[in-house]
Design a protein around this ligand. Structure first.
Ligand code: SF4
Ligand code: SF4
Ligand code: FES
Length: 362
């Protein structure tokens, strides 16, 4: 028989193993959260998701409370609202203005939630005492201690998803910070520069250096365009963040972010190539037209028909002179499955060699 609990007075069924937060969201209830991530173990660190459970004196973190049979949960009332306003106001005293975040079209989760719960913004800003790692020469990731609320989403992601533990909570009390071993650059740690810590950070404390360096601040409006990464054959889903106004209206990819956890096949995770290696899109050396060498050996522009004709003749000449196994065909995971299929057909059926490979070996 299915188990039930009471949610805001309604009897609802429990899915085995879910938390009160997961159940409430499944039922369409809005509960704020900052330290919660469905890929990570619940720690109940930020206290933004507190709810009332009948018979329990204090508010409890819904992310770290199991949905148990027979309990009665309230997710919204005057007491919870008071708590949310005060908590978010406190977090905001410890954080920068929303206008200082990297992307005006995509405020951090903290800023968006503070606005949603109507937290007072008139409280004086506090001077933070957190230790900031100086001059980390890694090219991609910046830690801004003045924005951190110590929710530990970044460190838990690094440990539980990436299995790398390159960053950790260090120090005590008001001086607690996110550190690497001996305050080294991420380049001198086990960090794989996956950028997951940037992606999960709800405040913009872990942020990307590149958009900052490009001065994509703060008035840029970035539009998310979902696409499939073409670096390997996994097919990870990613969002290009495009500034449509740049590049004489042709647009420019300002950064890449991952979709929410749960979007397959990558569940919101990306590797260093997918997340950070996108400069090729507008690189000046990128080939956009077919080129062939002229009599002097210099590359010059030509038509696709002519380029393919010259390539076919060259391949046939080599096969005739040295045999089919003197040829090798290397395809790319940037091609589609159909294109890769055709390359192996060309290799095996047309030239008669099994010397064919593709970098993702799919
Ligand atoms: S980039 Fe990835 S591996 Fe490096 S610290 Fe962040 S989460 Fe860990
Ligand atoms: S850097 Fe971001 S994710 Fe990490 S503890 Fe601070 S606020 Fe949380
Ligand atoms: S989301 Fe529940 S305590 Fe942070």
């Amino acid at each position: 028989m299915s188990k039930t609990l009471k949610l805001n007075g309604d009897e609802v069924e429990i899915v085995a193993g879910e938390s009160v937060l997961e159940l409430a969201r499944r039922m369409g209830q809005e509960i704020p959260s900052l330290c919660h991530d469905p890929r990570l173990k619940a720690v109940g660190a930020c206290r933004t998701c507190l709810v009332e459970v009948e018979g329990v004196r204090r508010l409890v973190p819904s992310c770290a409370t199991k949905a148990e049979e027979g309990i009665a949960v309230t997710t919204a009332n005057a007491r919870i609202e008071r708590h949310q306003k005060a908590l978010f106001a406190l977090y905001m005293t410890d954080n920068v203005d929303a206008s200082e975040t990297d992307d005006s079209s995509d405020p951090s989760e903290l800023h968006a939630l503070a606005e949603r719960v109507k937290a007072p913004t008139t409280w004086p800003r506090m001077q933070h005492k957190r230790f900031q790692r100086a001059d980390d020469r890694n090219p991609y990731i910046e830690y801004r201690a003045d924005r951190c609320i110590l929710c530990a989403r970044c460190t838990r992601y690094c440990e539980e998803v990436e299995s790398v533990s390159a960053i950790t909570l260090a120090g005590r009390g008001a001086e607690t910070t996110i550190a690497t071993a001996d305050a080294r650059s991420l380049l001198d740690t086990t960090c794989e520069l996956c950028g997951g810590c940037v992606d999960v950070c709800p405040t913009g404390a872990m942020t990307e250096k590149k958009p900052l360096a490009l001065k994509l601040l703060p008035a840029r409006k970035l539009e998310k365009v979902r696409t499939t990464c073409n670096y390997c054959g996994v097919g990870c889903q990613m969002d290009l963040n495009v500034d449509r106004t740049a590049n004489n209206g042709r647009g420019v990819v300002a950064k890449i972010t991952s979709p929410d956890a749960g979007v397959l096949p990558n569940d919101g995770n990306l590797c260093v190539k997918g997340r950070f290696a996108y400069q090729f899109i507008d690189h000046k050396d990128r080939l956009t037209k077919p080129l062939v060498r002229n009599q002097e050996g210099l590359l010059e522009e030509t038509s696709w028909d002519n380029a393919l004709q010259i390539a076919a003749e060259g391949l046939k000449k080599v096969a005739k002179r040295h045999g089919p196994d003197s040829l090798g065909f290397v395809s790319s995971s940037r091609c589609t499955g159909e294109e890769n299929y055709l390359v192996q057909k060309l290799s095996r059926a047309v030239f008669g060699t099994h010397n064919v490979h593709q970098c993702a070996a799919t």
